[in-house]
Design a protein around this ligand. Structure first.
Ligand SMILES: *[C@@H]1O[C@H](CO)[C@@H](O)[C@H](O)[C@H]1NC(C)=O
Ligand SMILES: *[C@@H]1O[C@H](CO)[C@@H](O)[C@H](O)[C@H]1NC(C)=O
Length: 210
């Protein structure tokens, strides 16, 4: 069998191949085999490539509704394969970042202004929550459903979220469940209610932008 070749080079190739499969299963984004990935590969670049100015507006403008301003590889291509990304989260008084998950990364949240109520639910349905002040960090484990709520009716809040993936992804539960096309009958059965209630929930929700 070729696979069990006695040639050392072949043996080591398969050894490292198998090892790499196991390490993919454990890690976040796969490690790059180059210093950084450009498009096209090997394109001539300069420090502009490693600079992202798209978060500036989050430090000058305050939105009327909850707003995440993201720096993932979609907005900042230099992040591709570097296993990091960031978002500035702005919460006007009384606003919420509804329950959602990030399938590809844990989230480390730092409150930089105001105060936030945060929480997540683990896979055994245990709820963990906290009220955070400026300077506090909170960890949302990878893939688990979580939210943040600015319960203060007077003051806004701002937080910085960091991720161990260039593209952590966001699955927002209200829109995933109610605005993706799953039928009213399926949802009524799942939530042990009737179609009219499901339709009234749907009326209050709009599909996600991205
Ligand atoms: C860096 O590259 C960009 C194009 O990617 C170009 O517009 C810019 O002038 C370059 N800057 C310097 C300092 O060479
Ligand atoms: C956690 O959530 C409960 C409601 O489920 C609330 O009564 C409590 O104040 C919250 N705790 C913190 C620390 O935010």
């Amino acid at each position: 069998m070729a696979f069990l070749s006695t040639k050392p080079a072949t043996f080591f190739f398969f050894f490292f191949f198998i090892l790499s499969i196991f390490s993919f299963a454990k890690s976040g984004d796969p490690d790059p085999v180059v210093d950084y990935l450009t498009s096209p590969l090997g394109a001539i670049i300069n420090s502009t490539f490693f600079t992202f100015t798209g978060l500036r507006s989050a430090f000058t403008d305050f939105p009327p509704n909850f707003k995440p301003t993201k720096a993932t590889f979609n907005e900042f291509p230099a992040l591709l394969s570097q296993s990091v990304s960031m978002a500035i989260l702005q919460y006007p008084a009384g606003s919420i970042n509804p329950p959602h998950t990030h399938p590809r990364s844990a989230e480390l949240l730092l409150v930089v202004s105001g105060s936030l109520q945060v929480g997540f639910v683990d896979t055994s349905n245990q709820f963990f929550n906290q009220t955070l002040q400026v300077g506090d960090l909170f960890l949302f484990p990878k893939g688990l459903v979580h939210f943040q709520f600015n319960a203060d009716p007077q003051n806004s809040a701002t937080a910085i979220a960091t991720f161990a993936s260039a593209n952590a992804g966001t699955v927002s539960l209200p829109s995933t469940v109610f605005t993706s096309g799953i039928s009213d009958e399926v949802l009524a059965e799942a939530f042990k209610t009737d179609v009219a209630i499901i339709q009234s929930i749907k009326t209050g929700l709009t599909p996600p932008k991205s």
